[in-house]
Design a protein around this ligand. Structure first.
Ligand code: SAM
Length: 327
């Protein structure tokens, strides 16, 4: 389409575009084009263009707005992304299929589309999936500058916890000893190591630990992480009194591991204790359980009572940041 543009040598292109953008003169509905060493920047008002710039009419394409799944479907579907795997959460298989087809037809980047086929289950917290589009359920997910390779059919991983993990990582100090008791593929352990801690990470799921080791290498922190494919209870004797920080991300069952946590804790240790509780008393049961396990050997101070997310009607996923200080 022939539209008024500012014309400039390519070498001055970015500077010119910035000058026009600062004056709010770049026309958003057209693409900027480069022709034969000259850049053409479509503008909204030729009269307002500064005198030292050259205006010329040029042929530029209209900017195409990306097609969303909602454009295809006529309603806004719910989905989340894990690398190039797109996850939908639909009880009705027919509706799930329609959403998957719309995702493919849209401009959303997706190699595979899956639907949740069960709740997270068993010790490893892995769920079943219906694969609706594509084949591979392995992907690389990026979170706060780190890369995590994983296969959703083999390991637990929730992209919804990204902000929460970041909240914990921001508390880490260089040189501390951090123990991730239920580490999965390493979304706590790896950024904690990157923040300067010496990390021990374990998981009962061997596939998760294989990925954690790969992810430690991917993110250049393999020197600061020792990974074990073990039940954390079997490591308590080896790391007694070792940890300055403990991550206990096994909501529903963390309470059963508090005796192990107290054995791992050093003289001054912060525990990030995840729990799922009824809205009427989100933090009380966790705090009582921690006091029961740690007192009187330790002074127990609850530093943060944090609601991570709504988990089910009237139930919340919460985190208690608790400091244990040996008397
Ligand atoms: N922290 C990871 C994350 O944020 O993605 C994984 C959390 S997932 C809710 C809990 C993990 O604990 C699972 O990977 C499961 O295999 C592991 N797990 C369960 N029981 C365990 C045990 N006794 N010892 C070590 N790991 C265990």
């Amino acid at each position: 389409m022939e539209v008024p543009c500012v014309r400039a040598p390519v070498a001055e292109g970015e500077e010119t575009r910035q000058e026009l953008a600062d004056a709010d003169l770049v026309a958003p509905e057209f693409d900027i084009v480069v022709d034969d060493g000259t850049i053409y920047i479509p503008v909204t008002d030729t009269d307002a263009v500064p005198d030292d710039l050259t205006v010329a009419v040029h042929d530029v394409p209209e900017r195409r707005t990306p097609t969303t799944p909602a454009d295809v479907l006529g309603f806004e579907p719910t989905y989340e992304r894990l690398g190039d795997v797109v996850i939908v959460d639909e009880d009705d298989p027919e509706r799930a299929r329609r959403i998957a087809d719309a995702i493919l037809e849209s401009d959303v980047r997706a190699k595979t589309v899956v639907n949740r086929a069960s709740k997270v289950k068993g010790e490893t917290r892995v769920r079943d999936w219906d694969v609706l589009v594509g084949e591979s359920t392995e992907t690389v997910h990026r979170e706060y500058g780190h890369e995590f390779a994983l296969d959703i059919t083999e390991v637990y991983f929730s992209p919804r916890l990204a902000t929460e993990r970041h909240r914990v990582v921001e508390q880490v100090e260089t040189g501390e000893n951090a123990f991730d008791m239920f580490a999965g593929v390493g979304p706590y352990a790896i950024p904690i190591a990157d923040a300067g801690a010496e990390v021990v990470a374990t998981d009962i799921n061997e596939a998760a630990i294989d990925y954690l080791r790969e992810n430690a290498r991917r993110n250049g922190v393999e020197d600061r992480i020792t990974a074990h494919a073990d039940d954390v209870r079997d490591l308590a004797a080896d790391y007694e009194n070792w940890a300055d920080r403990l991550v206990m991300n096994l909501p529903h069952s963390a309470q059963e591991f508090l005796d192990t946590a107290v054995r791992l804790a050093g003289d001054d240790c912060t525990i990030h204790y995840y729990d799922i509780q009824h809205e009427d008393d989100r933090f009380g049961p966790g705090e009582h359980a921690i006091r029961d396990a740690a007192e009187p050997d330790y002074d127990v101070t609850v530093e943060t009572r944090h609601t991570v997310r709504s988990y089910a009607p009237h139930e919340y996923n919460v985190c208690l940041d608790v400091r244990l200080t040996r008397d």
